[in-house]
Design a protein around this ligand. Sequence first.
Ligand SMILES: Cc1ncc(COP(=O)(O)O)c(C=O)c1O
Length: 389
Amino acid sequence: MAVYLDYNASTPLCAEARTAMSAFLAESSHMSLCGNPSSSHGYGTAAAGVVDSARASVAAMLGVPDARDSIVFTSGGTEANNWAIKGLLPHLTASGKTHVVTSNVEHPAVEVVLASLEAAGALTVTRVAVDAHGCVSADAVDAALRPETGLVTLMLANNEIGSLNPLQAIAELCAARGIIVHTDASQAVGKIPVDVSSLGVDLLTVAGHKLYAPKGIGALYIAPQLGPLLEPLMHGAGHERGRRAGTEATLLLAGLGAAAQAVVDHLEDRAAHMAATRDMLWTTLVTELEAVELVRNSPASGLPNTLSVSFPDVLASDLLEAVRDEVAASAGAACHAGEVTISRVIAAIGVPDKWARGTLRLSTGLYLTEDEAAAAGRALAHGYRALQA
Ligand SMILES: Cc1ncc(COP(=O)(O)O)c(C=O)c1O
């Protein structure tokens, strides 16, 4: 198998999540955990126990004191982002605060939601430009605020280059003006400490499959004062205290709860491992390619696991194809019908075209060894040389 360098796209289950889900699937739990968490009999309360325990672990991971009120489960990061923005729309409209500030490098799960509401005339949106390191400054956000600004939504960590935004400073200046702050923390949680009280944000998105939990599960943190202002996205029965209808995904929650608890227990060691493998990858690339001028897009202060590298005079998809059997990673540029499209993020930080077309996102994680990182670096260098020849 190729070395997996695409942990920002999705992670495997961690051992803790696998154990919890295996126990759930075991024959001995076949009936005992089959209940609907909303049922009042013993089967229901056993299933509700799985949901409550997952909620407590997610709350602990985010430094949230009151899990019951503040953590609501969703189908993942996309739903949580949709809900944060669309759920606030009635409040923003009623208060005449329909201007939203965001950045020009948000994930489509924020950008496309805003663009669709903008096109429908429901919101006006200012997209603050990031700097050369992919970050939005608090001053730039401050300058974009208007009297009718009701919401600031900014990612905590960027999925392509791993840059981090100063959410704490931004939340402070928004709090002083009564502006709601949402952060898409899908890529940050599980890689860096994320504590909602020190960040001071009102809404925060969690995506399970970026932190070694299964795909199809996530959460939205909702600050207590914001609860009454947020309309449900999913209407139906009274699940999740009336805030998100649909029977809770108990098996997936068993995995998310265990994965969140593992983040609480091992974050520091994990981050050190991610950084060591990322650094091994980079060192190998620059050593192997000697005089070739590689551009490292990921800021030194960014996520510990993310290395965005631009190779000159090559197309990212050609390079990935050349190393297909040895390395699995993501391209920062795509080619369709002969037309090359540079990713919005790589374009926004101003990488010159000669390099931008050859941008790869290499993201490391728990199950990558330093030896594998070095082997992947050598394979990429070899593949690049072969394409140049
Ligand atoms: C920054 C960011 N936000 C949101 C998402 C969407 O999350 P999910 O796949 O759980 O819907 C992703 C996934 O790639 C992401 O990287």
